[in-house]
Design a protein. Sequence first.
Length: 302
Amino acid sequence: MRTALLLFVSGLCALNVTSSLKICAFNIQSFGEAKANNKKVMGILLKILSRCDLCLIQEVRDSKGEAIQTLVKELNRFDYSNSYSFVESERLGRNTYKEQYPALLTQYQYHKLEEGTRETDAFSREPFIVRFHSPTTLLKDFVLIGQHTCPKTAMKEMDELYTVFNGIYKKWKNVMILGDLNAGCSYVTMKGWRAVRLRSDPKFHWLIGDEQDTTVRQKTHCAYDRIIVHGREIIFSIVPGSAQPFNFKESFHLTEEEALEVSDHFPVELMKVRSNGNIKHYFFDLLLINKFITYNFISSFS
């Protein structure tokens, strides 16, 4: 069973040397008990996740909830300067294939403000939508839409995200769409791209370009995982050139076989400017949920 999970760090972080916030999205590829019990894989995952202030994790297959509990427990041991927690989505999927999304965040108290349901057959796994409000950041209010598309219907689902966006834009103007959109190689066509409104509307900025490679295998070169932003304030809050895949295979000197034990995807990431020197950690684990949930994060310090 697959679900969406929102992991977050609650508590203060002592670091104050940076003025930016790193946001990531990572398809871990069938994260469940087997990977959670693999010490080598978990060690690499902890190094990857602790780099991010906000990380959207995808492909959590954890029907018992034990794998995520293990991940958060080990992350707290690994990065003891922060206290990590999580909230998770319902298990998502149309058939027997289901997943969850956890998200991990740091140094904010969170309050669920509103909740509802959005049922549609346009998505194999519905988007997970979360609003952040942070008085101490340069951008005070923004919404994240996490999506993991089905490869066979990737273009249809990407286009339908435009409809989801329009519903959100009525209330909030700064929006980031991120996740494994399967937006590359054989899953997309030039003709099909023209019909994807997220692509044809110039107000949407695709920060991970078509030329990027978000896959681990040497024989593939596909920009499956994307980060897309809309809104003047969020665009100007992003550090130019910071959006890119994180090649953990090269960074951690792994063989392809070792890297594939972790995932067949690289995380994608960007840096967002903050208004002061206090760093806060967020973690997002795959935003794929059939509920529309708004969270208000209030800084635990000024």
